[in-house]
Design a protein around this ligand. Structure first.
Ligand code: NAP
Length: 249
């Protein structure tokens, strides 16, 4: 498929649903061959794949748990061997386990930090060697508005998401001379499975904080990712791009 990303290979983690799915479809529309990662929801991942194919794009499925080092290394080594390279990595897989600090269990903390933060480290480390070899790469990490504002009940999640911002800045400095950019996208409140399950009073409370007066869509986040993933964004690195309807400025 032709397009600004024609000939490029993009790995999107957590692409079976929500923001990851929208990013996968968007990058495929720009011509990238998209590797659709997910954890367990095969039918949702197949729906992402079918949507990409229906739009004339190219993609394949690649399930693995981003938080398990051995699984990540095996899957990504295999991908690089088969495709020869990975040009774009979107570290999107994430989950929330909300609880006030005094009620937060150690397993919940570990799960949130393992998937959101350690998973990003494991996937990036596995991909970056091939990017250094070809002296080109785009890494985009999914953080959150709550990394900047804090949010009661999300101490583990906001800590992991704030860690992503530090990771992004440091890695941007490490890799800039190799023409590899590293940026983060910080969505506000976006209509996906993750937020749909919130109780109605909490949703109304969040809505009151958004000057745009509505929740964002996964497609609106995907537009920011697509720009950062493109050759057009070659002089942008170490940045956090906010997509939040004015909720945080
Ligand atoms: P979502 O609808 O809950 O989808 C989560 C995705 O992550 C699914 O594809 C899921 O795969 C995958 N996943 C979960 N754990 C995984 C693991 N261990 N290994 C591989 N894949 C895993 O979430 P979303 O709302 O689209 O959020 C996507 C990203 O944006 C997350 O990093 C989230 O923290 C961030 N974010 C979201 C919002 C929002 O308002 N929605 C706001 C700010 C930031 P399965 O389908 O197989 O479970």
């Amino acid at each position: 498929m032709s397009g600004i990303l024609g000939g490029q290979i993009a790995l999107v983690t957590g692409a079976s649903r929500g923001i990851g799915r929208a990013v996968a479809e968007r990058l495929a529309r720009d011509g990238a061959f998209v590797v659709v990662n997910y954890l367990q929801n095969r039918s949702a991942a197949e729906a992402t794949l079918a949507a990409i194919h229906a739009a004339g794009g190219q993609a394949e499925l690649c399930p693995f748990d981003v938080a398990r080092g051995a699984a990540v290394t095996e899957a990504i080594d295999h991908l690089v061997a088969r495709h020869g390279k990975i040009d774009i990595l979107v570290n999107n897989a994430g989950l929330a386990r909300d609880n006030l600090l005094l009620r937060l269990r150690e397993e919940e903390w570990d799960q949130v930090v393992d998937v959101n933060l350690k998973g990003l480290f494991l996937c990036t480390r596995a991909v970056v060697r091939s990017m250094i070899r070809q002296r080109y790469g785009r890494i985009i990490n999914m953080t959150s508005v709550v990394a900047h504002t804090g949010n009661p009940g999300q101490v583990a999640y906001s800590t992991a998401k704030a860690g992503i911002c530090g990771f992004t800045r440091t890695l941007a400095r490490e890799l800039a001379s190799r023409s590899i950019t590293v940026n983060a996208v910080a969505p506000g409140f976006i209509d996906t499975d993750m937020t749909r399950s919130l109780p109605e009073p909490i949703k109304t409370g969040y809505l009151n904080l958004i000057p745009a007066g509505r929740w964002g869509t996964a497609e609106e986040v995907a537009e920011a990712v697509a720009f950062l993933a493109s050759p057009l964004a070659g002089y942008i690195t170490g940045q956090v791009i906010h997509v939040n309807g004015g909720m945080y400025m």
